[in-house]
Design a protein around this ligand. Structure first.
Ligand code: FAD
Length: 545
């Protein structure tokens, strides 16, 4: 197989244009082309009137070696890399050892899901403990909160089967380095579980909320069929750590029910909102440090404005879908302001997991056809400057902001909101304009500057007009800001060793995914899940050697 990169065709090219372009590019007769698959498809929309599709293709030709020899100077032609996933150990042999204890995966978000799947595929029969409910019941609780303001602190947007990304836009791309093609393995497993096949080849795939729910269920069935065991509504409240001559080592976990599970391998995939579990880990002496994250608002514009600005007359084209955007502004006070988790054609959601606090986020359906585009617009903050002195100080910082947002929203889980023009002008808003906000249960119009630190307000006031230079019309008086975004990433890192992926000071504990500070998003969390599953298998193999 040969990989051709950077093969460009116009947006509206015919079906036959693609094989014709391959023949022309390789200068081979039609009979020599046996077949091809699309490896990646992206687009270049810099010239709105002439949007170009860019293909990366795997092609099967009659005489590969001859083509490669003849086109040896073409930097966009090479043998296709082998991207098939290889297991690192013979898990069935490891599981047959008399001293084998099943590994435990805490948390079944994307990180835990992929860790559990790989462990199960290897034959290591993981036990999965999840504080929340099965995804169907969790969906009822989450929608209940949005519609009736009843928050279940153990079953919500953050907690439960599928993790934080279940009610989301389901964006599946990441900028992580991935030399072993683990991202491909994640996407392939998602497709097997019911995701659209295009996710493996489009440059910015997304799934949307309802498909994610079905996928998570299908993956559970697969893991169980392979010998994995799920325990829902089973919060881990303690770790059993022994002191040995070689140092500290996990020998079991305790659930809220009091039940103890003996294990020497614990994948800690608890996400960025498990604040009580962070506290437990800190109390147990697990090495934790504070890390930077960002704070700000969700911003809603009409999707039509973004589409027109990005795609011009091609807005609405089925291949392009609803347009996204990415914005960065370096404010004069030294703070970076940037867009984050942009959801085209989506809705702003209430993402709290603790009573008396308000947090926002965004989601969409696969169709992305809601009227508004939303994105977090956030300001970077760091422990050295903004919350020094304690590994969990970032959590206290988040909680304080989320409480202020709750109070400013009226104490009923309404989020505080403001029109963009009023925020920049420094006056409270009193009525909405043409942009109808999507946040449920509702928004209380106010002056959002009251709840963010002054440096963030200054940076954001500077950024919105500056963004107008990148997207004409972005600085729109009646665009709606909803507060607050506080959980852009984990406020902590549970540091692990680079070689074994085990906690810096606690053997057998594998901090993983977003909560541990090793991922930011569904795909990177899944990739990290694969890495730690491999590390668990290698650790078991080393112990049995
Ligand atoms: P999580 O998904 O947070 O999973 C952690 C799990 O651990 C949870 O199920 C939790 O209940 C469980 N848990 C916690 N503590 C315990 C305990 N003590 N005992 C047992 N179980 C425990 N990312 C994207 O890439 N694309 C998107 O479009 C996107 N949209 C998002 C929209 C929303 C509304 C939200 C909230 C997030 C979104 N994200 C998105 C971010 C993404 O969801 C996270 O990066 C990802 O889910 C992190 O995966 P994780 O497995 O590390 O942690």
């Amino acid at each position: 197989m040969l990989r051709i990169n950077e093969l460009k065709l116009p947006l509206d090219h015919s079906e036959e244009a693609l094989p014709a372009a391959i023949l022309a590019r390789l200068a081979i007769p039609a009979g020599d082309l046996r077949g091809f698959t699309i490896h990646k498809r992206s687009y270049d929309a810099r010239k709105k009137s002439a949007i170009v599709l860019i293909y990366s293709l795997d092609v099967d030709v009659a005489d590969e070696a001859a083509v490669l020899r003849r086109l040896q100077h073409d930097v966009h032609l090479m043998p296709s890399p082998d991207m098939a996933y290889q297991f690192v150990a013979d898990g069935r042999a490891l599981a047959a050892h008399p001293d084998f204890q099943r590994p435990v995966v805490i948390g079944i978000g994307p990180c835990g899901l992929l860790a559990a799947l790989i462990l199960a595929q290897m034959g290591l029969r993981p036990i999965i403990v999840e504080r929340g409910k099965v995804v169907r019941e969790r969906t009822v609780d989450t929608f209940g909160f949005w519609r009736q303001r009843k928050l279940n602190p153990e079953s919500n947007v953050q907690f439960g089967e599928g993790g934080a990304g279940t009610f989301s836009d389901g964006k599946l791309y990441s900028q992580i380095k991935d030399p072993k093609h683990y991202g491909r393995k994640v996407l392939t497993e998602f497709v097997k579980a019911g995701a659209p096949e295009e996710i493996v080849y489009v440059s910015k795939p997304h799934i949307g909320t309802f498909r994610l729910v079905k996928m998570v269920e299908a993956m559970r069935e697969n893991i169980e069929a392979l010998g994995g065991e799920y325990r829902f509504e089973s919060k881990v409240t303690d770790l059993d750590i022994e002191e040995t001559a070689e140092g500290r080592r996990v020998r079991g976990i305790t659930l809220e029910s009091g039940e103890r599970i003996a294990t020497r391998h614990v994948v800690l995939a608890i996400g960025h909102s498990a604040r009580d579990t962070f506290e437990m880990l800190h109390a147990r002496g697990v090495y934790i440090e504070a890390k930077p994250f960002s704070i700000g608002f969700r911003v809603e514009h009409p999707q039509s404005l973004i589409d027109a600005c990005r795609f011009g007359a091609n807005a609405g084209h089925p291949i392009l879908g609803a347009a996204d955007y990415k914005l960065v502004h370096h404010a004069s006070n030294g703070r970076a302001v940037y867009s984050f988790c942009m959801c085209p054609g989506g809705t702003v959601v209430a993402a709290a997991s603790e009573p008396g606090r308000v947090v926002t986020n965004g989601m969409s359906q696969y169709s992305r056809n809601e009227r508004n585009a939303n994105s977090a617009i956030v300001v970077s903050i760091s422990p050295e400057v903004d919350y020094p002195g304690h590994p969990l100080a970032g959590v206290a910082f988040q909680r304080d902001l989320e409480e202020k947002a709750f109070k400013l929203g009226g104490g009923s889980y309404n989020a505080p909101g403001q029109l963009m023009g009023d925020f920049v002008a420094g006056r409270a808003s009193t009525e909405f304009g043409a942009v109808v906000p999507s946040y449920k249960p509702g928004i209380t119009l106010t002056d959002l500057a009251q709840i963010l630190p002054e440096f963030a307000v200054t940076a954001l006031r500077e950024a919105f007009p500056a963004f107008d230079k990148q997207i004409k019309g972005y600085f729109k008086h009646d665009a709606v800001l909803t507060g607050l975004e506080t959980r852009t990433s984990s406020p902590i890192r549970i540091r692990r060793r680079d070689d074994t992926l085990q906690s810096l000071n606690t053997g057998g504990l594998f901090p993983a995914g977003e909560g541990a500070g090793y991922a930011g998003g569904i795909l990177s969390a899944g990739v990290d899940g694969i890495k730690v599953a491999e590390a668990v298998a290698l650790s078991l193999a080393a112990q049995q050697a």
